[in-house]
Design a protein around this ligand. Structure first.
Ligand code: AMP
Length: 392
């Protein structure tokens, strides 16, 4: 996700710059001004409340703003990110934005401040007023809007400066010049974010070998819980001993053991470009845990792949593997294989369905050879690092 707020006085060019950012980064555009004008036009109860305030150039109440924002954000659960135009306009709204982002397991990546002197704002708005049809684009109201900006909105800059995500851009250049600066900032924040990929697939779908190879190709940390548990057993650690006992008795390894291992792995891989998860999350509970773990480290899920192979082919592959040297301890009998397939069906498919609704899941045809599947997966992951033709 990439979340941007475009900041600046009325007439700074926020709307103009928003359009290209939205397109380039495929963001959901939220202009509180536009949303309010829509309510006004629809003569809704909210619109009636805001009408006179907008006409006078004052800021409408934070309560009204929360209501219109909440509606738009929840209507776009799969957005690649949000671009806020004209919000936050008060320090209270900055806290509201924190709360909204938190709910999305995300955060504001940059606040881009378009700097335009007051007289230039007035000149631009008067010019716009000739054609905009907006009742608030006349000189008296414009002056009041600018006063509101100085009194209530400017302090928001400090809030984001403290968080290290405030970026100033000279807003008086040509539209193209400003666009170049704004895009460069957004792109640098975008590519700086660690990516997190989750690879799903039934046992035998090739998810393990694909995920390992993808991790190597893209410089991602390979987080495979099965492998991590095996390493603990090989090293004979206390955790390893507990795991060995559980394996021997056929019991599942509890989350209390798995989670600290993942946590350790994420914490020790802060230089990686991101993470690729295989074999986790396996249950709905683990999907919530993963959200929490990623959020703690400033990331969120960027891409979910599901490698699909028909059931008969899976059985055939697993049966074949059980007769080779790469046979896993859990592949040794038909009963064990069937149990693992059932586990996936019953516990992991609901996770994939949840992700499908929340983020969208990219299905990969896993019936081809390794190289074909690898190419298809790579294409999806590559897209996370591309943001079109960026200015250098
Ligand atoms: P804009 O289209 O962003 O220039 O907004 C036009 C008017 O809508 C403003 O002058 C305010 O009256 C109101 N408004 C828009 N966004 C907000 C906000 N975030 N908080 C309070 N009032 C807002």
């Amino acid at each position: 996700m990439l979340n941007i707020a475009l900041f600046g006085p009325p007439g700074a060019g926020k709307g103009t710059q928003s359009r290209q950012l939205v397109e380039r980064f495929n963001l959901c555009y939220i202009s509180t001004g536009d949303l309010l004008r829509k309510e006004l036009k629809a003569e809704s109860a909210l619109g009636q409340k805001a009408k006179d305030i907008i006409a006078s150039g004052n800021l409408v109440s934070d309560e009204i703003i929360v209501q219109i924002l909440e509606k738009t954000i929840t209507e776009n659960p799969n957005a690649n990110g949000f671009l806020f135009d004209g919000f936050p306009r008060t320090t209270i709204q900055a806290y509201i934005l924190e709360g909204l982002m938190n709910k999305l397991n995300s955060e504001l990546d940059c606040l881009i401040n378009l700097e335009v002197p007051e007289e230039e704002s007035v000149r631009r708005l008067l010019e716009r007023g000739k054609t905009s049809g907006r009742s608030d684009d006349n000189e008296v109201v414009i002056r009041n809007r600018l006063k509101e900006y100085h009194d209530k909105t400017l302090p928001v800059l400090d809030f984001y400066a403290e968080k290290g995500v405030r970026f100033d851009v000279k807003g008086t250049g040509t539209i193209d010049d400003v666009q170049e600066d704004v895009t460069r900032i957004a792109a640098s924040q975008y590519t700086k974010k660690p990516v997190s990929v989750v690879v799903f697939g039934y046992p035998g779908s090739g998810r393990g070998s694909q995920a390992r190879a993808l991790a190597e190709k893209f410089g991602l940390e390979f987080v495979a819980t099965g492998k991590m548990l095996q390493e603990e057993m090989d090293a004979g650690t206390d955790i390893g001993k507990q795991v060995a006992e559980l394996y021997a008795s056929g019991e599942l390894v509890p989350d209390e053991i798995v989670i600290p291992l993942i946590e350790k792995k994420i914490a020790s891989s802060q230089d990686a470009r991101g993470f690729i998860f295989k074999g986790f999350p396996r249950t709905l509970v683990q999907s919530y845990i993963l959200d929490g773990l990623l959020m703690k480290h400033g990331c969120s899920i960027s891409k979910i792949l599901e490698i699909e192979v028909p059931m008969l082919q899976l059985m055939e592959r697993l049966a074949k593997r059980s007769r080779t040297d790469s046979c896993m301890p859990y592949d040794t009998s038909t009963e064990k294989i069937v149990r693992r397939l059932q586990e996936h069906e019953q516990k992991t498919m609901p996770v994939i369905q949840k992700y499908e609704q929340q983020h969208g899941v990219k299905t990969i045809d896993g019936t081809g050879g390794f190289d074909q599947v690898f190419e298809d997966c790579s294409y999806e992951i590559q897209s996370l690092f591309q943001v079109g033709n960026l200015p250098t």
